[in-house]
Ligand binder design. Structure first.
Ligand code: DLL
Length: 444
């Protein structure tokens, strides 16, 4: 039964959100029907999928239940690179109305495609994202995700228009102008990477603008890992509620999953994206609740169906139902990627652990970078972290004490002794999109 008068923070319900509340049996039924159709489509139109299935003696008829998905081969990022640019398309170009591509630092980007129907689905999952963050008609939303080949800008844009909000399509960059528009237009919600919003808060303060006094009340942040500590800094500094949104180009862009007003994990839009968690070593499917790599299958994508795409993102499925009433399952915040991990003196470390360690100590600012070097054959981990101006002007003993507490916190969480360097505010480069945290200067 659809919850006619469901309210998220007052006015978030929109009929298009109904699939978020489907009874489990009905949802599984829908997923199975869609899964069969998408496997058929991929088998018929994409030679890579067909050949991989044939190698295993599989046909689309092998899918009789959702559990049968586990027999199908995985898809990985290099499959998109190897078939660059259009090798995984299941629709003729005449039906493809949009292309996006990853920015990729080296080599060729990965390319993704959308039909008209795919764009409608994308706008609908983004609409559900904004509804669950309590954004509605009448809101003025500054969209500072990059517009262009990156999926963030246009993905958020069409979802915001679909919900009836007023979009201010600023894209990333030109921070002073962003702040001027935010204040002059009476912006009530913002979308960008969490690191860029922190930078906006900081710049606003320098310009004498206190964001907490503006009508701004919510932010929808994603595209990069961020921690609970970072959420606290953003919510306090901006006077807003900060919601997490997750997605990736290969699957659709932003809008694979998003937090609701409970801010306790991200609901996956399961009627379009089927999640599995696997052990990244053995590739076996893990039961709900266990941590592993997120694998996603698109259930309705037409231009570029993805079967069992290995995201490299580490998370787990939350088993408890959410008190918001949505029935679609949640994943825990994606704090790390398996390929972000670095190994230092044999110990596996994730940048998110460093972030958590730093933000657990009062006085540290959420701006840091990790520099890996090798001295006399031994790996060293340096962590540069900005600290408030008052600490610098304070006595040396205050600096020493903070330094000690930070080093101790890092060692407690990672087991590694780091060379911590306290640096002045603004000395670490800011990013307008995804932040870079690790500089690995070790020679191979
Ligand atoms: O970053 C899509 C997006 C745009 C998501 C705007 C959210 C908001 P890609 O550039 O293909 O797509 O990067 C996808 O970014 O596999 C994760 O590793 C990471 N990522 C995205 N959202 C989150 C998040 C977009 N909320 C890759 N938390 C993904 C942690 C995230 N990591």
């Amino acid at each position: 039964m659809m919850r006619e008068n469901w309210n998220d923070q007052g006015q978030g319900f929109h009929p298009v959100s109904a699939p978020d509340y489907l009874p489990a049996a009905q949802l599984r039924d829908l997923q199975l029907r869609r899964l069969k159709a998408v496997v058929n489509r991929a088998y018929e139109h994409v030679s890579l999928f067909r050949e991989r299935m044939q190698e295993r003696g599989l046909t689309p008829a092998c899918i009789g239940s959702l559990a049968d998905l586990a027999q199908l081969p995985f898809t990985i990022k290099t499959d998109l690179r190897d078939t660059y640019p259009f090798g995984l398309f299941a629709s003729p170009m005449s039906e493809i109305v949009r292309l996006h591509a990853s920015s990729g630092t080296t080599g060729k980007p990965i390319v993704v495609a959308y039909t008209q129907e795919d764009l409608q689905v994308w706008a609908s999952v983004m609409l559900r994202t904004f509804a669950s963050a309590g954004i509605h008609r009448g809101d003025i939303v500054q969209n500072a995700y990059g517009y262009g080949l990156f999926t963030g800008g246009l993905g958020a844009h069409y979802g915001l228009e679909a919900i009836g909000a007023t979009v201010v399509p600023t894209s990333g960059g030109n921070t002073d102008r962003q702040i001027m528009l935010m204040r002059d237009f009476g912006v009530t919600a913002v979308c960008c990477t969490p690191s860029y919003f922190l930078h906006m808060i900081e710049r606003a303060n320098e310009l004498g603008v206190d964001m907490r006094e503006l009508p701004l009340r919510a932010g929808v942040f994603g595209a990069e890992p961020w921690s609970e500590g970072m959420r606290e800094c953003i919510e306090k500094g901006g006077g807003i509620k900060a919601y997490d949104i997750y997605g990736l180009s290969e699957i659709i862009g932003p809008g694979v999953g998003a937090e609701c007003c409970e801010q306790a994990g991200l609901h996956i839009f399961e009627d379009h994206f089927y999640p599995e968690i696997i052990d990244p070593e053995t590739c076996k499917v893990l039961p709900d609740g266990e941590e592993g790599e997120l694998v996603l299958t698109t259930l309705s994508k037409r231009a570029m169906p993805m079967i069992r795409y290995r995201t490299r993102d580490i998370t787990h499925i939350i088993t408890e139902p959410c008190s918001c009433g949505r029935t679609v399952r949640r994943i825990a915040r994606v704090a790390r990627r398996s390929d972000d991990m670095f190994i230092i003196r044999g110990v596996n470390v994730f940048p998110s652990q460093i972030e958590t360690a730093l933000l657990a100590v009062e006085g540290a600012l959420p701006h840091y970078r990790i520099v890996l070097t090798r001295e006399h054959g031994l790996d060293q981990m340096g962590v540069e972290v900005e600290v408030g101006a008052e600490v610098f002007s304070d006595q040396v003993s205050a600096m020493e004490s903070l330094h000690k507490r930070l080093a101790h916190s890092i060692e407690r969480i990672t087991g590694i002794r780091a060379a911590v360097r306290l640096v002045e505010p603004h000395s670490i480069p800011r990013s307008e999109g995804k932040a870079r945290r690790v500089w690995d200067e070790r020679k191979a």
